[in-house]
Design a binder for this molecule. Structure first.
Ligand code: FRU
Length: 539
């Protein structure tokens, strides 16, 4: 394998390691001294499969689209160990005593992570004196050890109300999320268990707890803070008008109903000691196959809840096609709680996710915009996406459904999009909606890549129920989807992000998507109200 930094299939706008193996995002924080987002990740630099020694790799970005790579940031204590998943906080007030005045408050960076070996998992602290590029290890590690081999993935944050640091981590194989608190980041006091909630699977991993703003109106474009934000964290903290709920995030693996790895969440309240879920429901953070170990960024301006996930699945993540690096992250998403109607009889809050796509570094090579198109079954509408596709696309589709025009229940009443390869159009992604199922589908199986047909865990077809977005003036339901396709990854956002679906797919080398076909199995049922596609590349 060559040591090229831009393999043909490397996603353009998603974080990938320059070489080696990557899994969970770790230590995410925003440095407001330099307006930089830092992202660390589980990293095995000299191999494209996981194993010990396992490190934290490090990348940074100002725009969340282009990343600078900084190699290894944190090391395990020996060759048989792993610096497993964990988080970073900014210790502005030097509660830890790790810093002196020479370190700017916004760069008093403390990492809390799991030191893993075959005989133990305990929590370690490390701190950085140079803005997160390298770390010193706390001399009295571990900071938390309960004599367990399955005790990991601390997510730490500052809890304003009780003026304590809070740690949530997984006592993985007892299905407990444990909450600890601390005044100094080094001595931790047990507070409570959040036990046996949601889908259990084999084990709990990578929990998170976040204070998520409630937004009552429909989503507008989120600005990317640090680039064009005028508000600052202090102004926001003093605002009283923002309602919040606490959201507990939980990863399980294996054990997803769709196979392998899965991220779920619970909505509730947190008083500094105990998280209390508002109901007994578990909800999916993403409905796709490839979205795991989601973690939020610390210290984001405006208290926005931004986070990122590992865009893969332990069922096959080690086996996906790769040359010199393996796996990528999702795009960074902004989370809010908004009311929605899963069906006509219920209104409740759900987490909305909106991807942060910063267009300043993206060049649009070709764009298509269509409105008012009534589909019939005889005709396929085709659009070319230009001569030189680079594999990065964004699209959005809003469509209206006239179910009364369906004449036979024998028909497959779909609206389908076929995103076809430019070099070989027998390779395509098919996605769309079918009104009898009232669900959206994605089929990633139409490809010549052997891995896709040969790997029994890599199932091709993924589906997702979708609620009505709004009602048109003529009384008919309207639905909406936005998608970002980046070489071998597709992220779908339904109805402004009330649900999402993130999935890997694989086409033959350099067969990037060059056209899209729209068709329907029925006549006069679907009206495309608005369809946009942009074919983009990095500037
Ligand atoms: C989740 C996980 C974590 C662990 C890390 C090891 O994907 O198993 O629980 O800390 O990966 O790389």
């Amino acid at each position: 394998a060559s040591n090229r930094t831009h393999g043909p299939e490397r996603p353009l706008a998603h974080l990938t390691p320059s070489v080696g193996w990557m899994n969970d995002p770790n230590g995410l924080f925003y440095d407001n001294e330099t307006s930089t987002y830092h992202t660390y990740y589980q990293y095995k630099p000299n191999d494209t499969a996981p194993g010990v020694p396992l490190y934290w790799g490090h990348a940074s970005s100002e725009d969340l689209i282009t990343w600078d790579h900084h190699g290894v940031a944190l090391e395990p204590k020996d060759e048989q160990s792993g610096a497993f998943s964990g988080s970073i906080v900014v210790d502005y007030n030097n509660t830890s005593g790790f810093f002196d005045d020479s370190i700017l408050p916004g760069q008093r960076i403390v990492a809390l992570y799991t030191e893993h070996s075959n005989i133990s998992e305990s929590q370690f602290a490390a701190y950085s004196l140079n803005g997160g590029y390298s770390f010193e290890y706390y001399e009295q590690n571990p900071v938390l050890d309960i004599n367990s081999t399955q005790f990991r993935d601390p997510k730490v944050f500052w809890h304003e109300e009780t003026e304590r640091w809070i740690m949530v981590l997984a006592l993985s194989q007892q299905y407990k999320l444990q909450i600890y608190s601390s005044k100094n980041l080094t001595s931790w006091e047990f507070q409570s268990n959040f036990s046996h909630h949601g889908l259990l699977g084999y084990q709990y991993e990578c929990p998170g707890l976040a204070k998520v703003p409630i937004v009552h109106e429909s989503p507008s474009n989120v600005t990317l803070h640090g680039l064009n934000s005028t508000t600052n964290a202090t102004a926001q903290t003093n605002a009283t008008s923002v309602d919040h709920k606490w959201v507990m995030i939980l990863s399980i693996n294996p054990g997803a109903l769709t196979g392998g790895s899965f991220n779920q969440y619970f909505i509730g309240d947190f008083d500094g000691k105990t998280f209390t879920a508002q109901d007994s429901a578990t909800r999916a953070l993403d409905h796709g196959k490839d979205f795991y170990a989601f973690q939020t960024y610390s210290d984001v301006p405006n208290n926005d809840v931004l986070g990122i996930a590992w865009a893969s699945n332990w069922d096959y993540g080690v086996n996906v096609p790769a040359v010199d690096y393996r796996s990528s992250m999702s795009l960074v998403r902004n989370l809010t709680l908004r009311p929605y109607n899963p069906n006509p009889e219920t209104t409740e809050f759900t987490l909305y996710s909106e991807p942060l796509v910063n267009y300043t570094h993206l060049h649009t090579n070709q764009s298509i915009h269509k409105t008012s198109l009534l589909l019939d079954s005889e005709e396929t509408v085709s659009y070319s996406l230009g001569k030189d596709p680079q594999g990065l696309l964004e699209f959005s589709l809003e469509w209206k459904v006239n179910a009364t025009a369906v004449t036979s229940r024998h028909d497959f009443a779909d609206l389908s999009l076929y995103f076809r390869g430019a070099e070989d159009d027998d390779e395509y992604l098919r996605l769309g909606y079918e009104l009898n199922a009232a669900a959206f589908f994605l089929d990633r199986g139409n490809t010549e890549v052997d891995f896709v047909s040969e790997n029994p865990f890599f199932n091709n077809k993924v589906t997702q129920n979708i609620e009505t977005y709004k009602i048109a003036e003529d009384g008919l339901p309207i639905l909406k989807v936005r998608g970002i396709i980046d070489r071998n990854l597709i992220e779908l956002f339904f109805n402004d992000g009330s649900s999402t679906s993130t999935n890997l797919f694989f086409f033959s080398e350099e067969n990037y998507i060059g056209a899209v076909d729209i068709s329907s199995g029925v006549d006069d049922v679907y009206t495309i109200l608005d369809f946009k596609v942009k074919q983009m590349s990095l500037k």
